[in-house]
Design a protein. Structure first.
Lengths: 380, 161
């Protein structure tokens, strides 16, 4: 899709320059050189080298907050994606955080016949199989667990918790030993060629395992499988997020929880919330825990603020400011625990808190929603 | 060395490994310089990238080298007590542990990665480490990572080769 088509499809020509997107954009709040309105205008007016060479096209978090606010209903992030895919073709690239380690890992994963050792974390008490109906898609969690061990974020806890929950619900999921990254970050970084390779690997691995349903705990993987894979490839499997499964089980009454006496707040991940519209399911899971007090942050659900970085690109002082502002908002609710649904939110918030200049007013315990739920399941 | 037998196929007979060495500006790079000045022989498979400090080498550097087709990566820093920046060499050692774990998880043999401490006076040690490491990688055979090609990446590689 070239930019002209993308403008038509995303209805960008309806822009009336009201600037509401810039008003609500979490990046523009701190980075005054960035404005979604200016970028949309530039796309419509030029759409050529001038636009593609603009560094600002990589600054957007694609958190979809502007899409929600836009009175003209412009699909802003689709336009951004199309622009990035075009920009990559002429050799433009985003500035990758963490020395590009995450991107390199993903590109290395495009190698066929790769012998990964990514299932060493599976304990004996977690029941998994080689082939079956249900696949649990682990995603990049084993890699993040090692890469971010220096900021003491244990992302694999969520994977273990998810399998524990699935076992409790009477399912024995398949964990693919040679599963690849879903390609989310490469796609949003404009690298379609390698995204395609990763997707083809994943689809063939899933077909080999004979699965019909895939369960996710990572919102980005879920978005990619639900929205992006069917767009470009033929895949006939059902996808479901673990919180959807949880809320079903809770309404059936097949899951009971122990008491948890704490005040808790919840961070909506942009991919889970605004991209896929899952707001109620995580809240059902949280509020069904007895004695737990649930408070909402000022900006919640479709108005929630993103965790500051997406697709491991352009982490900067602005990202830190966004993260600290969001953490302060969480502290204002007087919650003792901040629940997150995305491993990246957990990593980013913990990274912001570890900063020496962050101060004590932003220190709050963070945990993945599935980890808490799995800990509190009543043994029957 | 079961692995070396497995990977040494006839097609790899004349295999010349590509090795990227990250050398710190204050110790290992002068050591390499010294090796040249005193005419010590070491394999030409080593391609040196000078960094200001071994602590600057993040997992990203090493993985990028593998992504672009390196068969082995050597990180050479100062000895702990000689580090120009006090803590850099120690940081390099800490980061190297993370890199090793990542590499092993993604299917790159641990032996393709090496961290060593070479002071600026140890030109002979540099030549020895370079020779030994090259031989080790030669035994392992070509890297299991297929070169990753995109429009952009092709350009980068053309620049290297």
């Amino acid at each position: 899709m070239n930019i002209k088509e993308a403008i038509k499809k995303s209805r960008a020509y309806l822009c009336m320059e009201c600037g509401k997107c810039t008003g609500i954009c979490p990046v523009s709040r701190f980075n005054h050189g960035f404005s979604p309105r200016v970028l949309v205008n530039k796309t419509i007016r030029s759409g050529n080298l001038d636009l593609l060479k603009d560094k600002n096209i990589w600054t957007c978090l694609t958190c979809k907050l502007c899409d929600e606010r836009c009175p003209a209903g412009i699909e802003y992030i689709d336009l951004t994606l199309a622009t990035r895919l075009e920009a990559q073709k002429i050799g433009e690239e985003a500035m990758c955080s963490h020395g590009g380690a995450a991107q390199s890992l993903m590109r290395i994963m495009t190698t066929p016949n790769l012998e990964q050792k990514r299932t060493d974390w599976l304990d004996k008490d977690l029941k998994v199989t080689q082939s079956g109906e249900v696949v649990y898609f682990v995603g990049c969690l084993p890699y993040f667990d090692v890469l971010f061990s220096d900021i003491e974020v244990n992302t694999l806890k969520a994977a273990k918790a998810s399998i524990k929950i699935l076992n409790k619900l009477g399912m024995t999921p398949v964990v693919l030993p040679q599963e690849r990254c879903c390609g989310h970050d490469l796609l949003w970084g404009g690298d379609f060629e390698n995204f395609k390779r990763l997707a083809e690997h994943n689809i063939s691995e899933i077909k080999k395992a004979g699965a019909k349903k895939i369960i996710f705990s990572c919102p980005e993987g879920y978005r990619t499988f639900k929205i992006d894979y069917p767009k470009y490839f033929t895949c006939d499997f059902q996808v479901q997020h673990i919180t959807e499964l949880l809320s079903e089980a809770i309404s059936n009454g097949s899951l009971k929880f122990k008491n948890f006496d704490k005040v808790v707040t919840f961070q909506d991940a942009c991919r889970l919330g605004r991209h896929l519209g899952i707001y109620d399911e995580p809240r059902t899971a949280i509020t069904s825990i007895p004695e737990l007090k649930f408070t909402e942050m000022t900006r919640n659900r479709n108005r929630a603020i993103c965790c500051g970085v997406s697709a491991w690109m352009n982490c900067s002082t602005y990202s830190k400011s966004i993260q600290l502002a969001r953490l302060r908002e969480a502290k204002e609710t007087e919650a003792e625990l901040l629940l997150v649904s995305c491993p990246k939110c957990e990593i980013h918030f913990n990274c912001a808190m570890k900063d020496e200049r962050a101060g004590k007013d932003v220190q709050i315990e963070t945990m993945q929603l599935v980890t808490l739920v799995a800990e509190l399941i009543e043994e029957s | 060395m079961v692995r070396s037998k497995k990977t040494t196929k006839p097609s790899h007979k004349n295999f010349e490994p590509k090795i990227v060495a990250f050398c710190c500006n204050w110790c290992s790079y002068p050591a390499a310089d010294g090796a040249g000045v005193s005419r010590l022989q070491y394999p030409t498979n080593i391609r040196i990238v000078r960094v200001m400090c071994g602590g600057r080498v993040t997992p990203g550097f090493v993985l990028k080298a593998f992504e672009l087709g390196a068969d082995g990566v050597l990180v050479a820093t100062c000895h702990f007590e000689d580090c120009h920046y006090m803590f850099g060499a120690r940081r390099a050692a800490d980061v190297h542990k993370i890199t090793e774990k990542l590499a092993e998880m993604i299917g790159i043999e641990k032996e393709r990665l090496k961290l060593d401490w070479i002071s600026s006076a140890e030109a002979t040690k540099f030549a020895k480490v370079a020779t030994e490491f090259t031989e080790m990688v030669r035994k392992l055979g070509p890297s299991p990572i297929k070169k990753v090609a995109t429009n952009n990446r092709n350009k980068i590689r053309e620049g290297i080769e």
